[in-house]
Design a binder for this molecule. Structure first.
Ligand SMILES: Nc1ncnc2c1ncn2[C@@H]1O[C@H](COP(=O)(O)OP(=O)(O)OP(=O)(O)O)[C@@H](O)[C@H]1O
Ligand SMILES: [Mg+2]
Length: 499
């Protein structure tokens, strides 16, 4: 085989150069054809696209606030805004304003109506929010572009970019939009369930608990102490502030399972309508840092940390990581003392919390113990949960039931009445009548030795110290009955009421 002749080599070189030119020309052509790049270049002119785009990453729960802020901002006098959506083919990652300015490294893009995601902006309303859009803006700063890059399949972040302006002016646009997000924040004043996500948290609008004072059966002094700490400070906010007193406060509700810690917390939260109320439990407790920040931003605010013992023994990640409970207490300390912030902690393992609380004093200033209901409370609970029933009991029958239920929890009494209703319906489906026979049978059944698990689920006989963190029935085998419970059972065997 012989080598190529000079003329062949020259011919090949020429062809190859033409090929390269062809490729290059085609690339340029692609860019020109990209209507999004062309739109921005035409709008901003050659100088506009030279500026750096300034990006701010926002939490995804801010998406709805961003839309509200952009809507209000676009309506401000002297500003003209045109919105263009961008559609990316499926499976492409995100794009940046810088890419759109340079036209480099872009996936195929098209202009379209803005893709929207419908997000809750209140307990019963939603707002369509832009997912991927550029806003062409003209105002007294000149012409510039704002891009919304919402969370997508490949990029779970929400990004807002401002481009076409000197950096300090782009920052000022960001600052104004942040101000509007704060002012018009859709979460302010609502009850919000904080849910953990792999990327952080989401905030879900919850219902305002509609509990009245009569719905909470506790010794008067106990309920009053909880109310004074949570509600009275709210009522006297201004006067306390004027007198130089701190408003930030921590309330710990502790006691055995099923006695009404969550119930009391819900009552208090329902009585604080002008507060932003953030409820955290389980894994969401790890997000206390960002939640405390939201609470500071939206104060007056309540942050409820349910079953904090869940994180009492957990540690964060990494070497030298502190227990999550310490992080939680530190987050409570972050706000200024005159911030109207209430932290409510509930637990049935106060013993697990005590060392941490002692080591970080000043976070919780009132601890209210919610104990098993005494005889007066059991009487009131029977009246409360029997109030919508045709409940017929003589004084002595009532006294018997109250006596036999010594040592049970409030949730046990509630369940007792439910079972008595079922007993009655079993007897005669057409006529509901709950009296001593039905209550007696329901109680016999619940106190039956084979119903240990049921009782444990109602909190009865659970010694908090033997429960796993987080309480509840936890890892059954049978619970260890407390003294009151044993006595109740002995009494239950000694005399039965009803049929
Ligand atoms: N003191 C109470 N007054 C009226 N109802 C109560 C009371 N305590 C409990 N209940 C009823 O029992 C249900 C369960 O109680 P709750 O969830 O408040 O218990 P808890 O103390 O938070 O228990 P846990 O430690 O397991 O979280 C409540 O939803 C409520 O219906
Ligand atoms: Mg609870």
């Amino acid at each position: 085989m012989t080598g190529a002749s000079d003329s062949e080599a020259r011919e090949f070189a020429a062809t190859f150069r033409t090929f390269l030119e062809w490729i290059h020309r085609d690339e340029v052509g692609e860019e020109r054809r990209n209507e999004v790049v062309a739109l921005l270049a035409d709008f901003l002119g050659p100088e506009g696209v030279e500026w750096s785009a300034v990006v701010r990453s926002l939490s995804t729960f801010e998406h709805v606030n961003l839309q509200v802020a952009l809507d209000a901002w676009s309506r401000e006098p002297g500003r003209d805004v045109t919105v263009h959506g961008i559609t990316l083919p499926p499976h492409y990652g995100g794009i940046t304003l810088g890419q759109l300015f340079s036209g480099e490294g872009l996936p195929p893009l098209r202009l379209s109506a803005p893709p929207l995601v419908d997000l809750p902006d209140g307990p019963s309303s939603t707002l369509a929010c832009m997912l991927m859009a550029v806003l062409l803006v003209s105002d007294d700063r000149g012409r510039f572009v704002v891009m919304v890059n919402g969370p997508g399949e490949h990029d779970p972040n929400l990004e807002l970019e401002v481009g076409g302006l000197p950096v300090d002016e782009a920052q000022a646009v960001h600052a104004r939009l942040a101000e509007l997000r704060h002012e018009l924040n859709v979460y302010r004043g609502h009850v919000l369930d904080v849910r953990p996500t792999p990327m952080g948290i989401t905030l879900e609008f919850g219902e305002v608990p509609g509990l009245n004072r009569e719905d909470v059966v506790l010794p008067e002094s106990v309920l009053r102490r909880a109310e004074r700490h949570a509600l009275a400070v709210a009522a006297h906010r201004e006067k306390l502030r004027d007198a130089g007193q701190h408003l930030k406060r921590g309330l710990l509700l502790h006691g055995p399972p099923g006695t009404g810690k969550t119930h009391t917390m819900r009552y208090l939260v329902g009585q604080m309508p002008d507060y932003t109320r953030l409820l955290l439990t389980g894994r969401a407790l790890h997000a206390i840092g960002s939640v405390a920040e939201i609470a500071r931003d939206l104060q007056p605010a309540v942050v409820v940390l349910e079953d904090v013992d869940l994180v009492a023994e957990e540690r964060g990640f990494g070497p030298g990581a502190t227990p999550v409970l310490f992080d939680l207490l530190d987050a409570m300390d972050g706000a200024a003392p005159d911030a109207d912030l209430l932290f409510v902690l509930t637990t049935n393992r106060a013993d697990l919390l005590e060392p941490a609380l002692a080591a970080r004093p000043g976070r919780v200033d009132v601890a209210v113990e919610i104990d098993l209901p005494d005889s007066d409370a059991r009487r009131r609970l029977l009246a409360l949960y029997g109030r919508e029933l045709p409940l017929r009991l003589s004084d002595s029958e009532l006294a018997d039931i109250v006596d036999r239920t010594d040592g049970v929890t409030a949730s046990f009494i509630k369940e007792l009445l439910r079972r008595a209703v079922l007993e009655s319906l079993d007897e005669n489906p057409s006529q509901l009548a709950v009296g001593a026979p039905q209550l007696g049978r329901a109680l016999d059944d619940l106190l039956d030795s084979t119903q240990e698990v049921t009782r444990s689920l109602l909190g009865v006989g659970n010694d908090p110290a033997t429960l796993p963190a987080g309480g509840g029935a936890g890892g059954l085998p049978p619970p260890h009955p407390g003294r009151a419970w044993m006595m109740a059972q002995a009494r239950a065997r000694a005399f039965r009421i009803g049929g």
